[in-house]
Design a protein around this ligand. Sequence first.
Ligand code: RIB
Ligand code: CA
Length: 300
Amino acid sequence: MEKQIPLIIDTDPGVDDMLALRIALCSDAFDVRLVCSVAGNVSLDLTTANALYLTKIWGGDIPVCRGTASPLNIDSSDVHGAGGLGKFRLPSHSFALDPRAATEAMFEALTASDEKLTFVTLGPLTNVAKLLREHPEISACIERIYAMIASKDGTGNITPFAEFNAYCDPAALDTVIRSGVEIVFAPMHLGHEAKLPMAAILSHAAASERQRLQEVFNGYYDDAVGAGYIAMYDANAVEALLHPELYDFVRCVAEVNLSDRPGQTFLRDDPSGHCYRLEIKDRRALIEAMLSDLLPDSAS
Ligand code: RIB
Ligand code: CA
């Protein structure tokens, strides 16, 4: 086996987070050291409960820590359902959170590691910004941040000008950009291009998974991709690690509006920039990769 990529995942499950988590946790390519929740799609209580359950059923004894509520009291339960996973309700279970706060666990994972760790962030950057503000020197322990956040051209999905994760905590995004840590952006439009038909996921799924997925899908609707489709925003951040050959990594400079259009972002192409924005090279191949990575047991 090739050397595994050591990861910390920060997430606000969320249906597309759930699918991205499934891909990451079921892949042998990753050594997931820690999963942290952040408020976003639904409340911190709900994203934490969802992250705990999903990580434990798919990842085993990976520590899961409760993160931080984002400054805006907003969610996208209209897309992801009241509990954040469509109409799926978590069964009772005996899984337990790691008692540490997310940023404490992140700091300990980074400083205890004999190699740099890669972050995959699937929600607002509230936790990561808090870590970098409290421990600026920790940026030297971070390999890269693969972040589903932002739009490249100032457009948005929660306002006409802002993508949801950026809008929830623009100051956090600004802090992470200014930290100098290399960011690979999986911007909003990739989720619209890489949309998966629910029917294709269900037909690939093992019978044991199908009911849960059907319940999740029953309560999900993103008008950016329409009925019957899942906008795979978050999965792009994971797939870019699994299959970099399916993306162009375009060097850019990132900027976020903190004033009149909060959360509006531009990713301006610049060969001297310290960030990258992803563009899908081969959409059909990516869709196939997502389906087989999502449901490895049924991969043809
Ligand atoms: O704009 C899409 C992002 O907002 C995704 O991460 C989705 O899960 C929501 O958090
Ligand atoms: Ca998310």
